[in-house]
Design a protein around this ligand. Structure first.
Ligand code: ZN
Ligand code: ZN
Length: 141
């Protein structure tokens, strides 16, 4: 694996650490009801690559998984802190990386929104509230 173009990821408690190549084929948000359950929020934010692009650096034995029935989704999370972590689809074709577990965003921008019609009504309210009241700029990086 070429380590010059990689991104580190980890869970909240730090027990699990990994590294992926920054060559994601897709970066998608999904608002479907399953992804709302999985995230505990309005959507997931996942980047897609292939299983050979990840290196688990620490704590692979701390991972717990659950294969969602009738789906390619396998929930993988740290059994200490519950952070959602990268998973291989059940058919082994893709590696799905929860972008929030990465130390920086992938260089490929968000390229697709899925399940938009399933978004919760409160999400539209929140977007309106953001537009009306949130004026703080992101600090320079
Ligand atoms: Zn953890
Ligand atoms: Zn979904």
């Amino acid at each position: 694996m070429d380590l010059t173009n990689d991104i580190n990821g980890q869970c909240i408690c730090g027990a699990v650490r990994y590294r992926v190549q920054d060559n994601m084929a897709a970066f998608k948000l999904c608002y479907c009801s399953l992804c709302q359950k999985a995230s505990g929020s309005a959507h997931v934010a996942n980047a897609f690559t292939t299983p050979d692009q990840i290196k688990w650096l620490q704590g692979k034995d701390m991972l717990t998984s659950f294969d969602v029935p009738n789906s390619q989704v396998r929930r993988v999370f740290c059994r200490v802190c519950g952070t959602t972590l990268p998973f291989e689809t059940q058919n082994g074709k893709f590696l799905v990386v929860p972008v929030g577990s990465l130390s920086r965003p992938p260089s490929s921008p968000v390229a697709a929104i899925a399940g938009w019609a399933s978004r919760p009504a409160w999400y539209d309210t929140a977007l309106g509230l953001i537009e009306e009241t949130c004026t703080e700029e992101r600090p320079a990086q």
